[in-house]
Design a protein around this ligand. Structure first.
Ligand code: ZN
Length: 154
């Protein structure tokens, strides 16, 4: 009669193991060999411990992944803003260079305009005409290009 009660307890342990997602046969046999009480206790302790470990491990992994992702995001954001700042700086530099170039070109133009009238001032202000045919002579010409007469006064 005692063996039936023993087997009943073993079956209960097996049922308990099965409800906890473990092998009913294995734990039933273990309960039969050591004792249903010990097997049941071991089962309860192991299961709870494993589950808690699993959950805490999962939470840790989750937290680590979250941290890693957020740190990556922060790093990416930092890099992105850095690159953007560099680009903006380069664009600003390019604009400044363009402005400087434009200013230099303007200054050169102004200088050239100031120099031009002085250089060609004498020739342009006092055009020389041929005494023979009246054609306008090239500056510094010795003979008239139209009639070939010698330019006087030179
Ligand atoms: Zn002439």
């Amino acid at each position: 009669m005692e063996i039936v009660i023993w087997l009943g307890f073993c079956a209960a342990v097996g049922y308990y193991a099965n409800s906890k997602g473990r092998s009913a046969i294995l734990w039933g046999l273990l309960a039969f060999v050591i004792s249903p009480l010990l097997a049941g206790l071991a089962l309860a302790l192991m299961k709870d411990k494993d589950t808690q470990q699993d959950i805490s491990q999962l939470r840790m992994n989750q937290q680590m992944m979250h941290d890693r992702i957020s740190s990556n995001e922060k790093m990416n954001e930092a890099r992105f803003s850095q690159v953007n700042a560099q680009l903006a700086q380069q664009q600003q530099n390019a604009q400044l260079a363009q402005q400087q170039n434009a200013r230099l070109a303007q200054q050169q133009q102004q200088l050239a305009q100031q120099q031009l009238p002085q250089q060609s001032g004498t020739a342009a202000a006092q055009p020389v005409f041929c005494g023979n045919c009246g054609a306008q002579l090239e500056p510094g010409a010795t003979f008239c290009a139209e009639c070939g007469a010698r330019v006087e006064g030179r």
